[in-house]
Design a protein around this ligand. Structure first.
Ligand code: FAD
Length: 387
C-alpha cells in the first residue's frame, strides 16, 4: 500500500485495516454478486466503536473529530471495501446532536452509539423535484399529538437496515412562506413502528451493491416529540449536516483512489508484455502518476475541510470542494486502473470493475458535480445564482 507521507493517524489506520483484513476481496465480491448487505462487517465495525466516532463520549460514542472519522471511512475503501453501506450511521445522527432537544439526545444517541439503534437512512430526494430540494412535496400535517406524513421519497438508502429514518418534509406550503427554504421540517421516523399501510418500501436495483429504495408515505403518524428542532427550520438543519457528509464521502473517494493506484502500480510492475513490465512505458506510468498527484491534492482539501469542521469554523466551501476533487480523483484513478489492467480490468476476480462501479456514484450522489460548481460560483465567487 502506498504510504503518502502526509497520512495522518497511522495507529487508527492500522486498527481499521486489521478489522478490514478479516473481510477480504472475496467477501465484497460475493456480496456484490448476491446484492446482500455486509451485515457481518457492519456489526464488527459497530462493535469496535468506529461508527460512533462523531458521537461525544458523554453519549457513549468514541468522541473523535471529523479528521479521524474521515480516516476510518477512507481506510475501509482503501482496503478494498465499501463504506457506503454504513457511512450514514456515522453522520446522520449529527442533526440530533446539533439540533435535538436534551431529551432526544439522551434517548437516541447512546443507543445509536452502541449500535442497538441504526440511524442510517435519510429521506431528502424526491422523484419529481430532484436537486431542487426546497420544492419537495412530501408534507407533514400537524394533528395535535402527532404529524401525519404523505408523499414519496426516492433513493432512500439503507432504509431496510435502519431502525430510524431522518425525514425532511414540508410543514408549511411553499406558497405561504417568505423564503422557499422556510417551512420544511425534520422528523425522526421510527421505522419499527410503521405499518405496511402507512409506509411502503420498493427496492431499486442499481449498478453496484447499494441498498436503496423508493419510499411511499400514506398517513404515517410521527409523534410530535420526534420533530427535531423548530418546525419550519429543517432545511437549515439538513444543510448543517451536509458538510460532514461531503467531507466523509470525499475521504471514501480518496480511499478508493489509493486502492486503484496501489492496484494499478502493482499490476504495471508485474505484467510483462513485449519483454518488459508494462509499467516501464511512460504511456502507462504517466496516467498513474497524474492520478496520484490529483488524489494527493484532493487529500489535502479533505483535511482542510475536516480541520475547519473540528475547529467549529464554517467549512461549506471546503467540504464541497473536497467532495468534488476527491470524486474526480477517484474516478480518474478508476479509469487509469481499468486501462492499466487491459482485459483483466473487466474480470470480476480483479475487483477493478466492482470498485469502478462503486466509485462512479460519487459524481452524482450525495450531490452532483454541477451543483457543487454552482455552490462555489454563487457562494464563494459571488456570481449570480444560476437556478
Ligand atoms: C445510489 C444512490 C443513493 C442515494 N442515496 C440517497 C439517500 O440515502 N437519501 C437521499 O435523500 N438521496 C439519495 N440519493 C439521491 C442523490 O442525492 C441524487 O440522485 C442527487 O442529489 C441528484 O439528484 P437527481 O438524481 O434527482 O438528479 P437531478 O436533480 O434530476 O439532476 C440530473 C442532472 O442534471 C444536473 N442539473 C440539475 N439541475 C442543474 C442546474 N441548475 N445546473 C446544472 N446542472 C443541473 C445535475 O447535476 C445532474 O447531473 C442517492 C442517489 C443514488 C443514485
Amino acid at each position: 500500500m502506498i504510504n503518502a507521507n502526509t497520512d495522518r493517524y497511522p495507529e487508527l489506520r492500522e486498527a481499521v485495516s486489521d478489522l478490514c483484513e478479516r473481510f477480504g476481496d472475496e467477501y465484497w465480491r460475493e456480496l456484490d454478486d448476491s446484492r446482500d448487505y455486509p451485515e457481518a462487517f457492519v456489526k464488527e465495525l459497530t462493535d469496535a466503536g468506529w461508527l460512533s466516532a462523531l458521537i461525544p463520549e458523554e453519549y457513549g460514542g468514541t468522541g473523535l473529530g471529523m479528521a479521524e472519522a474521515s480516516v476510518i471511512l477512507e481506510q475501509i475503501n482503501r482496503c478494498g471495501g465499501n463504506a457506503g453501506a454504513c457511512h450514514a450511521q456515522m453522520y446522520t445522527m449529527g442533526t440530533i446532536l446539533r439540533h435535538g432537544s436534551p431529551e432526544q439526545k439522551k434517548k437516541f444517541l447512546p443507543e445509536i452509539a452502541g449500535g442497538q439503534l441504526r440511524l442510517q437512512a435519510f429521506g431528502v430526494t424526491e422523484p419529481n423535484t430532484g436537486s431542487d430540494t426546497t420544492k419537495l412535496r412530501t408534507r407533514a400535517e400537524f394533528k395535535g399529538d402527532y404529524y401525519e406524513i404523505h408523499g414519496e421519497k426516492v433513493w432512500t438508502s439503507r432504509v431496510q437496515h435502519s431502525d430510524l429514518l431522518l425525514l425532511l418534509a414540508r410543514t408549511t406550503p411553499l406558497d405561504q412562506v417568505k423564503k422557499k427554504s422556510d417551512g420544511l421540517s425534520v422528523f425522526l421516523v421510527d421505522l419499527r413502528e410503521a405499518t405496511g399501510d402507512e409506509l411502503e418500501v420498493h427496492p431499486i436495483q442499481t449498478m453496484m451493491n447499494h441498498e436503496t429504495n423508493q419510499v411511499f408515505f400514506s398517513g404515517l403518524k410521527v409523534p410530535r416529540g420526534n420533530l427535531i428542532g423548530e418546525e419550519g427550520r429543517g432545511f437549515r438543519y439538513i444543510l448543517d449536516g451536509m458538510n460532514a457528509e461531503r467531507t466523509l464521502i470525499a475521504a471514501e473517494c480518496i480511499g478508493d483512489g489509493y486502492w486503484f493506484i496501489d492496484t494499478a502500480s502493482a499490476y504495471a510492475g508485474e505484467r510483462e508484455v513485449f519483454g518488459r513490465p508494462i509499467g516501464q512505458n511512460q504511456g502507462i506510468q504517466f496516467p498513474i502518476a497524474r492520478a496520484y498527484v490529483n488524489l494527493r491534492s484532493a487529500d489535502l482539501m479533505r483535511y482542510q475541510a475536516a480541520d475547519l469542521f473540528d475547529q467549529g469554523v464554517k467549512s461549506g466551501a471546503e467540504a464541497n470542494m473536497a467532495k468534488l476533487l476527491a470524486a474526480d480523483a477517484s474516478w480518474e484513478a478508476a479509469n487509469v486502473a481499468l486501462q492499466t489492467h487491459g482485459g483483466y480490468g473487466f474480470a470480476r476476480d480483479f475487483d477493478i470493475e466492482r470498485k469502478f462501479r462503486e466509485t462512479r456514484l460519487y459524481q452524482v450522489a450525495p450531490i452532483s458535480t454541477n451543483l457543487i460548481l454552482s455552490f462555489v460560483a454563487e457562494h464563494v465567487l459571488n456570481l449570480p445564482r444560476s437556478y
